[in-house]
Ligand binder design. Structure first.
Ligand code: SF4
Length: 427
């Protein structure tokens, strides 16, 4: 490899699913022997996200004049010309094309074609990818994300994702199980099931297995997997089998991240969500009844078009009524091409101020959770840098050389700094 040549790299933006797919892309590029390529796996969830990718491309081109710059991901899928018109860019790949090995062969990756983006709405399949540890550096080989589903059939009025990812489609359960077996054999102690709308898992598969069926099968067929975690779910679409697992299965982590978005019924209707605030509260109460150590995270948008002060107060109150702890708060930002962008907008300053109030509430919730956890002994999964995570995904700092990354250890929780706990190895 000459001095000018270097290993190809993937720069990932956005969600866990993109992180997973970046591992697939890197594997394809390595197998194809593609060198000196810089691949941007972009996100389009907000206008800001798209701006960030374009800035990164320009900067990278300045610093790497000879590199091959390839752009893929949702921003490239939704608006390929925007990137094809950038002089810095050599090739634009769609979200389906980025998972095809041939896209990274010299014939295509170094060819004259500048745009390979097909109609994502015509895609009906999503293949499982055996992302083995050799290529895979998920979180330092401690926790692995496994894609079980892609795309979305819903049309929430603020969301551009379905136009980047296409219709909902599931990975066959058998492929998921064998991929997880491979990852556990490579030493992973925790697997996170990820996708775009994972509660719609299986609707397109023979026998329409549910997310609960899939999780049951994984835990049965991979008994050596210590921890199974579910990424973000739509609470009203949680199936009865999943609820039973929540109640009965220790290896299913007591941590659910809920795609709630708001706590006011009128706003939820204008978002075209499938639930009302009473449904969210009922779901959380039921999950807590079944699993008293359950902890909830949630996505919440502040300043959605037409949101009044009273409507916002309903969202703020929902945090207590659902017992939410890990809040991901987003001030609304209109996304061109979505119905919400055409609605009467709430002014930005109000949206930002409301987001700050929600975040402050989130900080209080985390503090209360850390206080409740103090003095207990818990099993944590150590990551790198002296940090581990409890089953509830609470970060714990353990300054002990015996606390090796990838190890499941018992610690006594002795203190906290408002964000993470301090742990001491149990004797
Ligand atoms: S469920 Fe709604 S928010 Fe989630 S990806 Fe689909 S359209 Fe977007």
């Amino acid at each position: 490899m000459s001095a000018a040549q270097s290993k190809s790299q993937v720069i990932t933006f956005g969600c866990r699913l993109n992180s997973y797919e970046s591992e697939v892309i890197l594997g394809h590029a390595e197998k194809a022997g593609l060198e000196n390529a810089i691949i941007f796996n972009s996100c389009a969830v907000t206008a800001e996200a798209v701006r960030g990718v374009r800035q990164a491309i320009r900067k990278t081109r300045r610093e790497n004049p000879a590199a091959r710059i390839i752009v893929t991901g949702c921003a490239a899928q939704i608006d390929p010309d925007m990137f094809a018109n950038m002089l810095e860019v050599d090739l634009v790949l769609g979200n389906a094309e980025k998972l095809e090995a041939r896209s990274f062969t010299p014939a295509i990756a170094l060819g004259n074609e500048r745009v390979r983006v097909n109609d994502i709405m015509s895609v009906r399949e999503t293949a499982g990818h055996m992302v083995s540890a050799r290529e895979n550096s998920f979180e330092g080989r401690v926790r692995a994300f496994v894609q079980i589903q892609n795309g979305c059939d819903h049309r929430c009025t603020f969301c551009i994702i379905p136009y980047g990812r296409g219709p909902s489609r599931s990975v066959a359960a058998g492929s998921v199980v064998s991929e997880i077996r491979g990852l556990v054999a490579e030493g992973y102690r925790e697997v996170v099931l990820t996708g775009v709308d994972i509660t719609s898992y299986g609707a397109d598969l023979p026998g329409t297995p549910s997310l609960g069926n899939l999780a049951t099968r994984i835990l049965k067929l991979v008994p050596e997997l210590p921890r199974l975690r579910i990424s973000s779910i739509d609470p009203v679409e949680a199936d009865p089998v999943l609820m039973r697992l929540i109640a009965e299965e220790e290896r299913l982590m007591p941590h659910l991240h809920l795609s709630l978005q708001a706590g006011d019924d009128m706003i939820l209707k204008r978002m075209k969500r499938r639930h009302l605030r009473a449904d969210a509260i009922a779901f959380c109460q039921e999950a807590l009844r079944l699993r008293p150590d359950m902890i909830f995270g949630a996505d919440l948008i502040a300043g959605f078009p037409t949101e009044t002060d009273d409507m916002f107060e309903n969202s703020l109150r929902l945090v207590d009524e659902c017992g939410l702890t890990w809040l991901h708060v987003f001030p609304f930002s209109p996304r061109a091409g979505t119905p919400a962008a055409r609605m009467p907008q709430t002014d930005r300053a109000t949206g930002k101020a409301r987001a700050e109030r929600l975040r402050a509430k989130g900080t209080e919730q985390v503090h209360a959770h850390l206080e409740r956890t103090l003095g207990t002994a818990q099993t944590i999964l150590m990551e790198n840098g002296g940090i581990g995570r409890t089953r509830q995904f609470t970060p714990v700092r353990v300054m002990d050389p015996r606390a090796l990354p990838g190890s499941l250890i018992e610690v006594a929780l002795t203190g906290h700094d408002g964000k993470s706990l301090e742990g001491r190895l149990a004797a």
